[in-house]
Design a protein around this ligand. Structure first.
Ligand code: F6R
Length: 612
């Protein structure tokens, strides 16, 4: 979850490191730091608790630090509270080594005790400091930076992306990776490391993804990569075509709002290349119709909002394929002894492609023989690379911690996958298939009309941002949609919220409804409209204030019972959540805005959760 950047070149390193970190701050933002090898030898480190701006002010945008080689870090604390001393980079006691780290060194206690017995004094409470101290310990034995790194990597256990500087080797950074993302950027006379490609877009588009166990040595001359046995590795380079502007706010007050408004375009990119002559065609999928027909079990595995996409996918895939589909939280799947064999398909959903829980579930599934198909946004990410098949969502970089456009594109891809599977299995009704494909084509345009009414939602949010608790209720697809609406609201506005299947309320939770409780009643799914309405009447009878979401064709009917109605255009049933989610995203956004929350960087959260 922490952000990592490193630079070797001929320009002053610190301003470049700060700029790179500014693109990574969404990965963690409780402290930041940089280290450079200064021209007179020695390593200079500056770090500070708080947002990156605090550090930037401290070193005058980097102007105060003179080195041409350096490493930088934004932190999301795991071991040790956010503080100046716990911030990275960590420096060895003798001052020879500086280290930045993303991940967790699981055996750090044992190593720390060992080093303390050798007379080493520790400064911080972090697991990372053992890497810096251990490097110096081994270096004192072998006097070789690369060899000392090799010895450290053989000793430490856990997950890491590491950037390391040595005062005695002022021309290089050494980087290493295991179970945490790290990529290499190739420039002209300058080279980079970063945990995320957005940090590099301004400087280079030529990147290579480090694999587990690899070590890279970066100088101005080039990048040499070695495997765990210290044998040279030829890396495949990838050209990234994301625009640098895509990682900027572009006039919007927040990345989240920008990304909400980018959804029609993102959907076009996800859908259009896969629609050909009224059919869904996944040119990028290796899974054959024969293999689909041979499947005995299907799982969808993901975390957070991606899991909510999976919940919706269960309804649509089961309906379209007449096969049972199990949706699992990735963090549970791994330890649940899942029933998986060679005829099992595991669909993994992840925006970042780096979520550790999801990654671990993927590996568990593969170890048990499953075929893994992933739906991923970040090209070349770990999940994409380790899957048997990958369908990209093409949403472009998502910077706000709360996902929006990635959710929408994941959902569109999963819906299309369901239609393609249904066709391969002969289980989908031809008329429904044709109608849904037609509606998929119109989806971006319909979404634009939903966005055009954002002011209605803003107005409603301005009147209702003061609630202590908000409920989302709905049935079937609307229930799964409510889970996402509720998560969006709580993560950025800090209002307690729950999503409930409407029919389940009366089995206990209805006791929490009292005079003035806000209930967001989702009733877009036509087949269950009447049933959903009865549940609205139940909560109203207990004094709830209701905000209803439905479709244009039912707006009038709904207004008979509920004065406050938001409506989205009518579309094919399974596509309704793709439209319905947008008012919920906007509602969460505007409520958080009214409450003065830090929308793009909500408390305690970070994008790309690379710890278990
Ligand atoms: C919520 C949110 C998270 C992510 C979850 C999975 O707005 O963004 O719940 O959906 O952490 O992340 P990915 O999709 O990157 O695996």
């Amino acid at each position: 979850m922490c952000g990592i950047v490193g630079f070797v070149g001929r320009q002053q390193a610190a301003p470049i490191l700060l700029d790179g970190l500014s693109k990574l701050e969404y990965r963690g933002y409780d402290s930041a730091g940089v280290a450079v090898v200064s021209p007179d030898g020695g390593i200079e480190v500056r770090k500070a608790k708080g947002r990156l701006q605090v550090l930037s002010d401290l070193i005058h945008g980097g102007a105060d630090m003179d080195g041409r080689i350096g490493i930088g870090h934004t932190r999301w604390a795991t071991h040790g509270a956010p503080s100046d001393v716990n911030s990275h980079p960590h420096v060895s006691e003798g001052g020879k080594f500086a280290v930045i780290h993303n991940g967790i060194i699981e055996n750090y206690v044992e190593i720390k005790e060992f080093l303390i017995r050798q007379g080493v004094h520790f400064q911080s409470e972090t697991d990372t400091e053992v890497v810096a101290q251990l490097l110096e310990f081994y270096y004192n034995e072998c006097r070789d930076f690369f060899e000392a790194v090799g010895r450290v990597l053989r000793r430490i256990e856990g997950a890491y992306a590491l950037g390391m500087l040595c005062a005695d080797c002022p021309d290089r950074i050494i980087a290493a990776r295991k179970d945490a993302p790290l990529l290499l950027g190739y420039g002209e006379g300058e080279n980079f490391i970063a945990s995320d490609v957005t940090a590099l877009l301004k400087y280079t588009r030529d990147v290579a993804y480090m694999e587990d166990g690899e070590v890279a040595v970066l100088t101005t001359e080039g990048i040499k990569v070695f495997d765990a046995l210290q044998q040279p590795v030829e890396k495949e380079r990838h050209h990234v075509d994301w625009e640098a502007a895509a990682a900027e706010k572009g006039g919007y007050p927040h990345f989240m709002l920008k990304e909400i408004f980018e959804q029609p375009e993102a959907l076009r990119r996800a859908i259009s290349p896969r629609l050909k002559d009224g059919r869904i065609v996944f040119d990028d999928m290796k899974l054959t119709p024969e293999r689909i027909r041979a499947l005995s079990r299907v799982f969808i595995v993901a975390c957070g909002s991606s899991y909510h996409v999976g919940m919706l996918g269960k309804y649509t895939l089961e309906h379209l394929t007449r096969r049972s589909v199990e949706v699992c939280l990735a963090s549970e799947f791994r330890y649940a002894d899942p029933i998986v064999d060679g005829n099992t398909l595991v669909i993994v959903i992840s925006q970042s492609g780096e979520t550790l829980d999801t990654m671990a579930a993927l590996r568990e599934a593969k170890a048990r023989g499953a075929y893994v198909l992933s739906i991923v946004n970040v090209v070349g990410s770990s999940i994409a690379r380790e899957s048997d098949d990958v369908l990209y969502t093409w949403a472009g970089p998502e910077i706000a911690v709360a996902t929006t456009k990635a959710y929408s594109t994941q959902l569109a891809v999963l819906d299309m996958l369901g239609l393609a599977f249904g066709e391969a299995l002969g289980t989908v009704d031809a008329a429904e298939y044709a109608e849904t494909v037609r509606e998929l084509e119109k989806l971006p345009e319909k979404l634009e009309t939903v966005l055009a009414h954002h002011e209605d939602i803003q107005k409603y949010a301005a009147e209702h941002f003061n609630h202590n608790s908000i409920f989302f209720i709905g049935r079937n697809l609307d229930y799964a949609l409510g889970l996402e609406g509720s998560l969006k609201l709580k993560e950025i506005s800090y209002i307690h919220s729950e999503a409930y299947a409407s029919g389940e309320l009366k089995h206990g939770t209805i006791s929490l409804i009292e005079e003035g409780t806000l209930v967001v009643a989702l009733g877009t799914y036509g087949k269950l409209f009447d049933k959903a309405m009865s549940n609205v009447v139940e909560v109203k009878a207990r004094g709830a204030e209701v905000l209803a979401l439905t479709t244009e064709s039912r707006r009038e009917e709904r207004q008979k019972t509920v004065p406050n109605v938001l409506a989205v255009p009518d579309t094919a049933d399974m596509l309704l959540p793709s439209l319905g989610v947008v008012p919920l995203q906007l509602f969460a956004y505007y409520v958080a805005l009214q409450r003065g929350c830090d929308i793009d960087k909500p408390r305690n959260l970070a994008k790309s959760v690379t710890v278990e």
